[in-house]
Each structure stands twice: as structure tokens, then as C-alpha cells.
Design a protein around this ligand. Structure first.
Ligand code: 1GP
Length: 242
């Protein structure tokens, strides 16, 4: 077992792919096989979370993933109800691009004692939503507007705020199932202006898109829907990235 903090483990594994497994889209029964699939194909970490969380079996799902994972398992919560002691760490997200105080700080206040009780490693993340061409679940649930995709300087400003707040990652998010991924130009400009590692996700379904985002400077890219929709295409992306 690796005793280094998860944040250090992740950073020494950069650049790489993180898998997002959504407990609302993958059954607890399938959690074992999907975890093996993503680990065997070289992801550097597994994120667990959902915009809404319909399943009542969140904790069971987290345990099933943790029991079968050979990489860090990190909560990526859509709200204060998505906390489990079975994970290794939690992305303590603040939705910086929004102006809804509930997702800037309110949900975090509700969850904080439970997070401490669970003994999770807490990794503060500045979460920035970028317009993606369709109305995503994260926009609806958070009741916030994304940053216009033609205004990279606004994304840069928010990312710098995250850095100055002391956040350990900046996460540029187009939203799960996004029509368009975050523009490479936005990734490039944010990367040029902040020193904290950059995570980019949402709408990444092909090798070419993933490659563009990596080349633009992402330290981690997040793949979600493609893993559920087409394990074959997921494996192909991972194979070509090696
Ligand atoms: C969502 O970035 C992730 O936070 C994953 O998005 O499901 O579109 O891959 P996809």
C-alpha cells in the first residue's frame, strides 16, 4: 500500500487520465468489472460522483470500487450528500464560475464535519464550468451559468482566483455528456497563467479530442460517459495515449 498522500501520488503520475464513474449510471454489481477495466487500462485515479445521485447505494458503490481499484479512489461530489469513508480522498469542490453561494460554500459547510469524521484526505479544487453547447446537468442542478466558451480570459481570471485561494487543482468542466469539450485555447491560456495543476473534463469521447486537450497543457483529463458507452473506444483512447 502506498502511504504517500493521494495528492502527491496523483501529481507524480501526471500527465494522465482520471476515470469518472457515476453511481447513477453504473450499477453496484458492475462496479467491480468497470473498476478493473479502467485500472487495467492505466487510469491514474478514479473519481466517484454524480450531479444528482439517485441511487440509495452510494456507500456500497464506493466500497465496491475501492475494493477492486489499484489506483486512488477520490470522491467528486455533486453535493454534501456524496461523502463516504470508503474512498481515499475527496475533491473539495467550490464552483467558482457560478454565483450561487450554495455551491461556492454552502454545500461544503453542510458536509465538513462528516468529511472530517470520515478521515478523508481533502483536496481543495476550484471548479470552473465552461459553456459546452448544450444545457448540462451540472448547470441545471447548480443553478449557475457557465463561462462563455469564446471568453478564455474570464476562465483565466477564475482559475487565478482559485490559485490565490490556495486550491490544489483547477478543474475546467464542460459537463458530463457535453456536446463540445472545453476549447483547447481556453486550456492553453489557463495553463499559461496558473501554476496549480489543471484537470479538464466533459465531452471527451475521441482520441483526437483528448490529445488536443493534453497538448494544450492539461495535467489530467477526465473520461466518464465513454467508459460506460463504449469500453472498446475507451480502451482504444488509452492505448493510443501510451
Ligand atoms: C464530468 O468531466 C466529467 O465531470 C466527465 O464527462 O461524461 O462527458 O466524459 P463525460
Amino acid at each position: 500500500m502506498n502511504s504517500k498522500p493521494i495528492y502527491d501520488q496523483l501529481n507524480s503520475a501526471r500527465p494522465g487520465v482520471l476515470a469518472l464513474l457515476d453511481p447513477d449510471r453504473i450499477s453496484t454489481e458492475d462496479a467491480r468489472s468497470v473498476t478493473k477495466l479502467v485500472c487495467d487500462n492505466g487510469v491514474k485515479g478514479i473519481l466517484l460522483g454524480s450531479s444528482l445521485l439517485v441511487t440509495p447505494h452510494f456507500d456500497k458503490f464506493v466500497r465496491a470500487v475501492k475494493d477492486n481499484a489499484s489506483c486512488p479512489v477520490i470522491l467528486f461530489p455533486g453535493g454534501s450528500h456524496q461523502v463516504s469513508s470508503s474512498a481515499d480522498a475527496i475533491f473539495f469542490l467550490s464552483l467558482l464560475s457560478g454565483r450561487n453561494s450554495e455551491f461556492l460554500v454552502g454545500e461544503q459547510v453542510k458536509a465538513v464535519f462528516l468529511i472530517r469524521e470520515c478521515g478523508l484526505e481533502v483536496i481543495p479544487v476550484g471548479y470552473i464550468l465552461i459553456e459546452s453547447g448544450n444545457f448540462t446537468a451540472v448547470e441545471y442542478i447548480s443553478n449557475t451559468k457557465p463561462i462563455p466558451r469564446t471568453k478564455p480570459e474570464i476562465a483565466v481570471a477564475h482559475a487565478l482566483v482559485g490559485q490565490y485561494f490556495g486550491m490544489k487543482y483547477i478543474y475546467l468542466e464542460a459537463g458530463s455528456g457535453a456536446q463540445n469539450a472545453v476549447p483547447p485555447d481556453t486550456v492553453r491560456k489557463v495553463k499559461q497563467n496558473v501554476t496549480v495543476p489543471l484537470i479538464v473534463g466533459g465531452g471527451l469521447r475521441t482520441y483526437d479530442r483528448v490529445r488536443e486537450i493534453c497538448d494544450a497543457g492539461a495535467d489530467f483529463v477526465v473520461l466518464g460517459s465513454i467508459i460506460e458507452r463504449s469500453p472498446v473506444e475507451f480502451k482504444e483512447i488509452m492505448r493510443r495515449l501510451k
